[in-house]
Write a protein that binds this ligand. Structure first.
Ligand SMILES: [Zn+2]
Length: 408
């Protein structure tokens, strides 16, 4: 009897110990601290996914997965913006040039896709343009070329689902722009390594590459790639269909298993640091700028007129020639009052006259920091010395900014 009694005591004492251990907050804390953080550089939250899974749930899934952050781009952009607003600490927004599912083989010849990108760049902030699909010499078409220019002007990484040929053509169009190679081009590790060795502005994600580390460890080819290019590879799930949103945690977990084939330092780089080092400085810089439209690097044909508290950017949509009607994009950059308004004119001070034609001003976009106009039908009817005159009415004050230029 007494023996039974003491056994019961021991059992209950053990149960108590287990119960105490499993609820000790410090132990739980230690467990989650040990879980390797993951950066998911390839998430889409497109229109059909938004319908299926509310943004609050997506953020929960990402937190459950132990994501440090995710690079999100969506068709259309709405999904990305919903997530960004809910969890700005977790979401790095990318700008996808697709308005709906199914534009992946038409966008690069569709002027409306480019307009859509330019419009979003004028109002929102991003770290990348992509993910977009492009193959071979299609990368040389006017719309992809313009996308490369925009990436350079707006400090954005190009996230390209592309073959090696197209990646090289994109890189060759700029000496600054960085490319994140989606799915590492579905190439073999040796071919990826060769591309990384050749191009120092190239990084690669492993989205939808379930063969990497399948069975829980890395093949010697993949090991060699990570060791030879420790700073360039990163992870991604690719949630290109709505149900794949729910794969984010299992994807992170299976990566944590095969990452054990690497040294702790290298595992951490592939898990999140490489993505962080590539994307975070860019995102920090871009999100702090009042507007990407205002942050754009001055191009040869862009004129910036500065006042004490704001600037006005003028950008002709084509080269100005005598007698040829041109449209000018005019952007006010600074704190905007609701009634901030601008008008543009061109004058010839030496002749005491302006343009002989009436041009139309239409507001294209307005945010807290910008007002954008398109001024159409500007005709400079003779060669000589001209002057832009921008009248700015803001906060009850009126100011005229001028800039001289010549037309041959
Ligand atoms: Zn892709």
């Amino acid at each position: 009897m007494s023996g039974h009694h003491s056994l019961a005591k021991i059992v209950s004492a053990k149960l108590l110990l287990v119960a105490t251990l499993s609820t000790t907050p410090t132990l739980l804390q230690a467990q989650s601290d040990n879980e390797l953080p993951i950066a998911d550089a390839h998430v889409h939250y497109s229109h059909d996914s938004v319908e299926l899974t509310p943004p609050e749930r997506v953020i929960e899934i990402m937190r459950e997965a132990g994501l440090k952050f995710a690079l999100v781009s969506s068709s259309d952009d709405n999904g990305t913006q919903l997530l960004s607003k809910l969890a700005p600490d977790l979401i790095i927004p990318g700008l996808r040039p697709y308005r709906r599912r199914g534009e992946l083989s038409s966008w690069f010849t569709d002027p409306a896709a480019l307009e859509y990108v330019e419009q979003l760049l004028s109002t929102n902030r991003y770290a990348s343009i992509g993910e977009f699909h492009i193959y071979g010499d299609d990368a040389e078409l006017p719309i992809p070329k313009r996308i490369v220019q925009l990436a350079e002007q707006h400090n954005l990484v190009l996230h390209a689902h592309a073959d090696a040929d197209a990646v090289e053509r994109l890189l060759a169009q700029s000496d600054k722009v960085k490319v994140l190679w989606a799915h590492s081009g579905f190439d073999e590790p040796e071919a990826i390594a060769a591309m990384l060795a050749k191009h120092d502005r190239l990084w690669a994600d492993l989205a939808f590459r379930s063969e990497v580390g399948s069975g829980g460890s890395l093949s010697k080819e993949w090991l060699a790639l990570f060791k030879d290019h420790p700073d360039r590879m990163m992870l991604g799930t690719d949630t290109y269909t709505p149900e794949r949103m729910y794969f984010i945690p299992s994807h992170a977990d299976s990566a944590r298993v095969w990452l054990k084939s690497l040294s702790d330092e290298l595992a951490e780089k592939v898990a999140w640091k490489n993505a962080y080092d590539l994307l975070m400085p860019i995102w920090e810089e871009n999100k702090q700028s009042s507007s990407t439209a205002c942050n754009a690097v001055a191009t040869t044909d862009k004129t910036i007129l500065k006042s004490q508290n704001y600037s006005v950017h003028l950008e002709p949509t084509k080269t100005i020639q005598v007698g040829d009607a041109v449209s000018i994009k005019m952007t006010f950059c600074g704190d905007t009052a609701p009634n901030t308004s601008l008008s543009l004119d061109a004058t010839m001070p030496a002749h005491g006259h302006g343009t002989n034609y009436k041009h139309e001003h239409s507001i294209e976009a307005r945010s807290a920091n910008t007002v954008q106009y398109l001024v159409e039908g500007v005709v400079l009817h003779m060669p000589g010395q001209w002057q832009w005159e921008v009248e700015v009415r803001a906060g009850g004050a009126r100011e005229t900014l001028t800039h001289s230029f010549s037309v041959q």
